[in-house]
Design a protein around this ligand. Structure first.
Ligand SMILES: Cc1cc2nc3c(=O)[nH]c(=O)nc-3n(C[C@H](O)[C@H](O)[C@H](O)COP(=O)(O)OP(=O)(O)OC[C@H]3O[C@@H](n4cnc5c(N)ncnc54)[C@H](O)[C@@H]3O)c2cc1C
Ligand code: SF4
Ligand code: SF4
Length: 370
């Protein structure tokens, strides 16, 4: 992986509309800021190498190196990435109640880990109206206020950088696959900071096929309903093909075809549907609103899941074969499309000294596309 600085980040990512607004470059310095989904550099910075560039999940991502670091094996290209076990799951009887996106697996695990002292803070995504807002949560009772999915991309990792600066040492992070990728890069200490110690206790990755660009979403919703009256936005699991906007008085349904027009192009280059570099990944379970799909990838992920089950915070069941088959098909399809597009546009494995979106064994790319 080659290291560059903020000016190359602007040139390679922001000016090319590849920025997803994950927040990984925010709160590291006074220069980068995020406002309503847009990331911008306020003042010029002349550093030739920076954590902003090194953490960004949209440039110089070395998949084999990351995979060797976390799984002691090269990037496999398998649709769901490397994992130990896969289940269906929901919050157990001991977990706090809440208005969850699906089975409440994420909130249950985060609440459990905070209660047990495995985390001194959790980085979650709350909302103000329809705007996603990053939060540092230290009290388990506050976890469920951040529950449910906000379908716009969020600068969640700005709160992680803030939490690290504030001295938290065992942080749990919940994020989309692009955010999890950025966290994985942070954990490798790419700029060789001399006093670095990994502050991440656990990454809990969400599944994600796409998110919506907030700058496009806000006017789109405002044309249909008074935003100050919106209390909830939901996309029920397939086969429903709608986004539901709730106010106290009514529910408005919008076809997903219309919503997909608001997805930034950068999502079409994203090869990861299931947060392959997380300790634990969680998504919905097709056809069920009360359960999640849960993938355990690492030993520390396994430990927290096992303990949460033993102490009544989580309930696991076997994953039905047809659900697993469909999940693999969907994730494989996303990876294939994204690799094909990135390769066609010359964004993979550029020559030494040039900058590329991805670096990975070309044979893996060919296998995924075949
Ligand atoms: C943009 C987006 C797209 C998704 N697409 C899919 C998909 O295609 N297929 C699928 O199976 N699942 C998808 N999910 C995941 C799914 O919606 C649920 O988040 C997941 O199943 C966990 O459910 P839960 O009941 O355990 O969550 P809850 O217990 O309700 O917790 C939800 C957690 O999500 C976090 N969160 C919410 N919005 C965001 C955001 N914008 N960025 C980062 N973190 C956030 C919150 O911090 C909270 O901790 C998506 C989620 C998001 C945010
Ligand atoms: S780190 Fe995230 S917010 Fe910053 S430029 Fe990259 S994608 Fe955008
Ligand atoms: S599709 Fe990929 S880039 Fe887009 S929000 Fe989801 S994880 Fe991030």
């Amino acid at each position: 992986m080659s290291l560059f600085g903020p000016n190359e980040l602007i040139e390679d990512v922001i000016n090319k509309n590849l920025c997803i607004g994950c927040g990984a470059c925010i709160e590291l310095c006074p220069y980068f800021r995020s406002y309503k989904g847009r990331t911008a550099m306020l003042f010029p910075c002349t550093k030739e190498e920076g954590r902003c560039y090194a953490f960004c999940p949209k440039i110089e991502v070395d998949l084999d190196r990351l995979s060797e670091f976390f799984f002691q094996a090269p990037y496999s290209g398998a649709p769901l990435g490397r994992y130990r076990s896969i289940h269906t799951a929901k919050a157990g009887p001991k977990a706090d109640a809440g208005d969850f996106q699906a089975g409440g697996t994420v909130s249950a695990l985060i609440g459990f880990a905070l209660r047990k002292g495995y985390f001194d803070a959790a980085v979650l995504t709350d909302k103000e109206g329809i705007l996603p807002v990053p939060r540092i949560i230290t009290d388990p009772a506050d976890v469920s206020r951040c529950s449910t999915s906000k379908y716009t991309s969020a600068p969640t990792l700005s709160a992680l950088n803030q939490a690290v600066r504030q001295g938290y040492k065992h942080i749990g992070v919940v994020g989309t696959p692009c955010q999890v990728l950025a966290v994985a890069q942070m954990r490798m200490n790419p700029t060789a900071e001399p006093d670095f110690s990994d502050p991440i206790a656990l990454t809990l990755g969400l599944f994600c096929t796409w998110s919506v660009y907030y700058r496009a979403f806000e006017p789109f919703i405002a044309a249909r309903v008074d935003i100050s009256r919106v209390i909830k936005v939901d996309i029920p699991p397939p086969p429903a093909e709608v986004m539901e906007i709730y106010t106290a008085e009514e529910k408005i349904e919008i076809g997903l075809d219309e919503i997909r027009e608001l997805v930034p192009d950068t999502c079409s280059y994203c090869i990861d549907m299931t947060s392959e570099f997380a300790d634990i990944s969680v998504g919905v379970l097709e056809g069920r609103t009360d359960m999640n799909t849960l993938i355990v990838r690492t030993e520390r992920g396994q430990k927290i899941v096992d303990e949460a089950v033993a102490e009544g915070f989580l309930v696991l069941e076997d994953m039905p074969g047809e659900n697993l088959e469909h999940l693999q098909w969907a994730a494989g399809n996303k990876k294939k499309r994204a690799f094909a597009k990135a390769r066609e546009e010359g964004m993979i494995n550029g020559a030494e000294g040039t900058r590329s979106y991805l670096r990975v064994d070309p044979a893996t790319v060919s296998d995924c596309i075949a």
